[in-house]
Design a protein around this ligand. Sequence first.
Ligand code: MRU
Length: 361
Amino acid sequence: MIEPIKWENNRIVFIDQTELPVRLKHVKCGDIDTLCEAIKKLRVRGAPLIGVAVGLGYALAAINSKEKTHGGLKKDLGRASKKMRATRPTAVNLFWALDRMEKAFLCHCKGDLAITRIKKYILKEALDILKEDKKMCIAIGRNGARLIKNGDVVLTHCNAGILATAGQGTALSILYEAKKQGKIFKVYADETRPLMQGSRLTMWELMQSGVDATLICDNMAASTIKNKGVTKIIIGADRITRNWDAANKIGTYGLAVLAKYHGIPFYVAAPSSTIDKNIKSGRDIPIEERNRDEIIYTGSKQTAPLKAKVYNPAFDVTPAKLITAIITEKGIHLVGEVFPRQARDDSRDGEQSRTKTSPTR
Ligand code: MRU
């Protein structure tokens, strides 16, 4: 069983995802600076996993603190939280998890409760986030597997699998559950330029689990949908807003447009911790722009003129009206237009209700 993150002997142990698929390297992390660097460099990545990581990071900061007073510990934790909040802006799970950790700390930092007891409560909260994430992945998988039929051809983008969570993934969890149920289907995985999460990570984990998966370059998606009979697109999300717009890895929006043109359903799978009820629509989601070198170089090889002007947004926003349904641990929420034939058939089999209200978490 692949475990992208765990807590061992008061340390965070994570898989360095930048080394995959060549090497399965585990890193023992004992300080916040190492964790922040790992999140910025995408050694630890994927919205739910980032949430779990910063929860554990908060616990690590508490355990490492030498302060003997409530006020001193609060200052140390405040500094650690600020550093972690500055790592990546788009995945709301990061902020959700830190908000939850801060609330847990404040709730126990009262009266004359001993510092050691407070630290225990903080660690428990972080480990609860990790455990809940595992459970949420299974629930999303089971809910979404109802939409998978024998003969389906599924296209996915980036990595919304085991490596992006503490459990068995979101979008890919649906495929794992469908496979467990004996359903026969095929998957096409986009390589996901520029950092190749699709080819490096999704292909790696799908192959380990025996799912029938084929790798394509991003610019092959349209012709693959047309010529290989793709029946549905399933992806993850980094932030979903009150009106159900969804931010995900750059390239997702284009796939949603393609899905509409080809009349196939477009599904987003995410835990409810990815829903940001403070933000009304996708226009207000902060989109991370990353270093130009990620485009100028492919790996270590220079593949563009050094002085080329570069635009490198890491995410895009898919408007709700292009999303057929959002699958969470709570169920399947029909969102946008239900596309022709295929989606109508799916909805008879699995989808529950068209949600008119705003999401809750
Ligand atoms: O930049 P990344 O690799 O962290 O981006 C990850 C994605 O966009 C995933 O699709 C998303 O976080 C969902 S993961 C369950």
